[in-house]
Design a protein around this ligand. Sequence first.
Ligand code: ADP
Length: 491
Amino acid sequence: MKEYRIAYLGNDSEVRLGLEGALERSGMKFVQVPGDYQGMEKVAGWNADVVLWDLDNGQPPYEELRKAGLDKQPVVVVAGQDNLEGAVSSLSTGAADFMFKPIREEPLPRVIAALNAGVKQRRLDYYGRVIEDANSQLKSILNNMADPAYIVSPQFQILWMNRAAEEIFGEGQMGGACHHIFYDRTEPCEVCQKTKGPARWRAMLKNGKNYRFVSAMVRDQKGEVERVAVGTDITQDEEVSKIHKTFIANVSHDLRTPLAAIDQYVNILLEGLAGELTEDQRNYVDVIRRSSFRLHSLVENLIDANKILSGDFKLKMEVVSIKDILDIVLPKLESQAADKGLTIQVQVPEDLPPVYADKARVAQVVANVAGNSIKFTEQGMMQVRAGFMPRDEGRIIVSVEDTGIGIPREDLGKIFELFYRVDKDQVYVEEGAGLGLSISREIVRAHGGTLWAESMEGMGSAFHFSIPAYRGVATGQTVSAPPQGGYYSPY
Ligand code: ADP
């Protein structure tokens, strides 16, 4: 156990005797020194934990105490009975407590209280320094980035900007309101008003360029929560994706009409309305029917992808258990897995907290990821697990692992891109359009989560996605998905 050291800076021998007896009986070390600078230095060298300052020396000289090295120790003043005013005013200048002479009362509880205050203060000082170091590291990283970054207070004031942001908005904007400086608005923007946690949004800044912003909440030394935001220039990407979207919209709508005609005539043929079909003819028409069905689902997927990627979709939020979603989706994949001799293993803890999510959309993600696992696995198994991770106030992680063909390292980062499919000659390429993962990633992002993959070619793949756990704040039944692929628009 630590041996505490208590120093009395004063010349009252009665006080010394009273303190010495009581403190040493309790196993504490005690020393008395004169209340001058030399005494202070001595006590600092002795590593005192609490300083008892006799008010006969005058009010505690904090500056001198600090210079002598006594800047962390709590100071308890010892005052004469007739000096109540001095004792009370010492509290307002920084003393932790006071006690009256003669020391008749047991001094220990007061000293222990001061010690506890000292320990707490030291801890706070330490955490303060850690936060300060982390903040200055963060600022130096952000300062050297080519993209704009800034920090805003909970009152929407700009506290700091990096050089790239100053190049856009000019120097000397600290203290100004961010909505005013960034967007020439008088009211705080939707992102600051509506999100108390991490956020993602897109915005056009004063330089006419479009940026994608992500922000996180950090605490400063005083415990105030600030928003740190970093932007990425996406002007060019947006141009390309606009062309993509228009193209997809036109093609998919143009395909719907001829497909409807094919379906109609296939049905006429199959129903025998154009004369009885031979068995061969029926088989041929059936191939046309199945191909047309595949085209239909491709077109529907394209339209869905376009909607999701342009943020034009609503999430029907509800409190829902991941287990319920898995129970709906996985049985539908069982026959496909059984045809290939694959086993499906599911592990979900009983006490898994629910999520606040759009059930159908999350089911779509599970169906896509688990469907892929079965599609790209020829033998072995698929394992689906769900668990709780206490990060960011709690997340549910769903993992789908398979023993399939795996994904080459050079493709792993690209499979989430629109239309991307791994194209390897030696591998049997299953049907698909390369849309599922990009749609799934946007759905997960719109829920405030992340979808990512790990894989080893020839060994298998693992896809994981996270969704914030439900924290008891159901805000409404239907919310607009953050527009533009999981991003808020500030206005
Ligand atoms: P697709 O409709 O082609 O499956 P996705 O976007 O769902 O489109 O997937 C993109 C590509 O990622 C797939 O074509 C495939 O090459 C690869 N892929 C996805 N999941 C897996 C998996 N579990 N194992 C191996 N490759 C996978």
